[in-house]
Ligand binder design. Structure first.
Ligand SMILES: CC(=O)SCCNC(=O)CCNC(=O)[C@H](O)C(C)(C)COP(=O)(O)OP(=O)(O)OC[C@H]1O[C@@H](n2cnc3c(N)ncnc32)[C@H](O)[C@@H]1OP(=O)(O)O
Ligand SMILES: O=CC(=O)O
Ligand SMILES: [Mg+2]
Length: 538
């Protein structure tokens, strides 16, 4: 399909293969809306991505140290501003379920009993063209209550009473959508996901007593929040929707954003509804930014980096106190445990999730995430107990919290050790996850844990960091490229037996070698892998 806009001199090409009903999403008007967003914001996006690169280089070389910004102290000191009130359907967020937007998951998430569904185009979605446009179609149908279907086995899916409020998570600023090109240049994936969702559904959602709500991933600075705010203003203006209708919850999942939480809320204040503690990408970001900073920044085995280690606790404490100071919701993160068919494993998983949610509720979070419908009741129970009759804990100001830059950066406070099991575990899970992602599934149950793109990023970055630092295992062996290659081949042979024919393990191996054993540490595994393996250009 190729289209030329009548309002732009630019040429717009929609080059992805067509699928059933894709034309209902990729209408000329919707594509033109994407082109308008691109025209207005592509330049600033590129500048901000460049600023990210420069900051990362300066942090890596030691030329810049992270700290709270002196230039925006006035924002933090000005007590007069608050964020917008909760949008309709977002007053009570005690349980939020996350997940990809395939048809079955869409219905199941909406019926799960959670208050909110994070409909994910990011960490939990492999961004194939089919997933992206198919996901938009499923949201389009779900919002119009037009999604009933029956499987071959006879199970009927229909949206019940009291469905969750939908909050869509577009892909981050770092990603592009190669199947939509303007003058031959791929368009920002954030603008595609947000633009299509907004264009088709904003009015419908408002008419149905909800609104166009978004989770914003992987921001690295308040200037990126300003860009998002301007996108929302522009989109509302174009569609004739009152300014301030959108609500955005920002994931604080990079170490740089942790130093700008208040500024991020300020930039988005007319649309902001909260911050979320995106713990997995946060760990990834910490490793990535300090991978070259020597032993003090080396983290132990992934499993030992829990939410109770001091620097992670500082991060969540700061998040709650910042949010409540400004009337914003503080939303907790994802415990990786999911229900298992093995009763013993299951009991442990539920207990771990309960403890995680109890810590969050006790600290003042207003709600939290679960990865699976089976976990909705435990999260609901824990938060209901703490909330009492209230829909949130916004009134708990947490004036007692005081977090310094040193607290946020005290990576050494994690303690722990690196073990052979930890290194092999990272190799194994990265290969299994990337195999799944290449086959179009972006969230997978691996060894009874929910794994998504953030897991693979942490896993391959840790290996890179351990190799770079010649980190010693608990038995004294140094982590070297040769050792990793040996274990890589062994793990690969093992997994091959499990996965059988049709797997993408050779490609996964290549991606792992490139992103965990290369001379430089690539910013994201997903960007290169997307360009090479997931694009299907006509
Ligand atoms: C770092 C972060 O960003 S975290 C957020 C991103 N990650 C996610 O959102 C992960 C979401 N979770 C999932 O995708 C899934 O739970 C998985 C892949 C981990 C496991 O899924 P499955 O293997 O299907 O689990 P299981 O077989 O136990 O599922 C039972 C039922 O629950 C449904 N289900 C499981 N998880 C979800 C979910 N998150 N949303 C909606 N429905 C779900 C399944 O579709 C299945 O439905 P069915 O009985 O109608 O067939
Ligand atoms: O997106 C959430 C995270 O933990 O990463
Ligand atoms: Mg994330």
């Amino acid at each position: 399909m190729a289209q030329s806009s009548t309002r732009f001199t630019s040429r717009i090409d929609v080059a992805g293969p067509s699928g059933e009903r894709f034309d209902e999403i990729l209408t000329p008007a919707a594509v033109e809306f994407i082109a308008k967003l691109d025209n207005a914001f592509a330049g600033r996006r590129c500048e901000l991505l460049d600023a990210r690169r420069q900051r990362r280089e300066k942090l890596a070389s030691g030329e810049e140290q992270l700290g709270f910004l002196p230039g925006t102290r006035w924002v933090r000191n000005d007590s007069s501003w608050q964020v917008a009130p909760a949008g309709p359907g977002l007053e009570d967020r005690r349980v939020e379920i996350t997940g990809p937007t395939d048809r079955k998951m869409t219905v199941n998430a909406l019926n799960s009993g959670a208050k909110v569904w994070l409909a994910d185009f990011e960490d939990a979605t492999s961004p194939t063209w089919a997933n992206i446009i198919g996901g938009q179609l499923n949201l389009f149908d779900a919002i119009r209550r037009n999604i009933d279907f029956t499987t071959e086995s006879g199970k009927h899916y229909t949206i019940g009473d009291n469905p969750a409020t939908i909050v869509a998570r577009p892909r981050g600023w770092h990603l592009v959508e190669k199947h939509i090109r303007i003058d031959g240049r791929p368009v920002s994936a954030s603008l595609v996901d947000t633009g299509l969702y907004f264009f088709h559904n904003a009015r419908q959602l408002v008419a149905r007593g909800s609104g166009p709500y978004f989770y914003l991933p992987k921001l690295e600075s308040h200037l990126e929040a300003r860009l998002w705010n301007d996108v929302f203003r522009f989109a509302q203006n174009e569609l004739g929707i009152p300014q301030g209708t959108v609500r955005a919850t920002v994931l604080i999942e990079t170490i740089t954003a942790a130093f700008e939480m208040e500024e991020i809320l300020y930039e988005l204040r007319e649309h902001a509804s909260g911050l979320n503690a995106g713990r997995w990408d946060y760990i990834f970001s910490l490793i990535k930014n300090f991978a070259d900073h020597g032993a003090d920044f080396v983290l132990p085995d992934r499993a030992q980096v829990t939410m109770t280690v001091p620097f992670m606790r500082s991060y969540t404490e700061l998040l709650v106190s910042t949010c409540h100071k400004r009337g914003a919701y503080a939303i907790g993160g994802m415990a990786a445990f999911i229900p298992s068919k093995d009763p013993e494993v299951n009991a442990v998983a539920f207990e771990k999730v309960r403890q995680d949610k109890e810590r969050e509720a006790g600290d003042g979070f207003d709600g939290s995430w679960v990865a699976h419908p089976g976990l909705v009741p435990v999260c609901d129970e824990v938060f209901t107990e703490v909330l009492g009759g209230w829909p949130n804990q916004l009134g708990r100001l947490r004036d007692d919290v005081s977090v310094s830059a040193e607290d946020l950066l005290n990576v050494a406070s994690a303690g722990g050790e690196v073990t052979e099991k930890g290194v092999r575990g990272n190799i194994n899970v990265a290969l299994r996850y990337v195999d799944s992602w290449l086959r179009g599934t972006g969230a997978a149950a691996i060894f009874d844990l929910m794994e998504d793109a953030a897991t693979a990023e942490i896993a391959r970055c840790q290996v890179w960091q351990w190799v770079r630092n010649g980190t010693k295992l608990d038995d004294g062996t140094a982590v070297t490229p040769e050792l990793v290659r040996t274990w890589l081949d062994e793990e690969l042979a093992d997994i091959r037996g499990d996965l059988g024919a049709g797997n993408r393990l050779d490609d996964a191996r290549e991606i792992f070698v490139e992103t965990a054993l290369g001379e430089k540490l690539p910013s994201f595994l997903t960007t290169g892998a997307y360009a090479r393996y997931l694009t299907e250009l006509n």
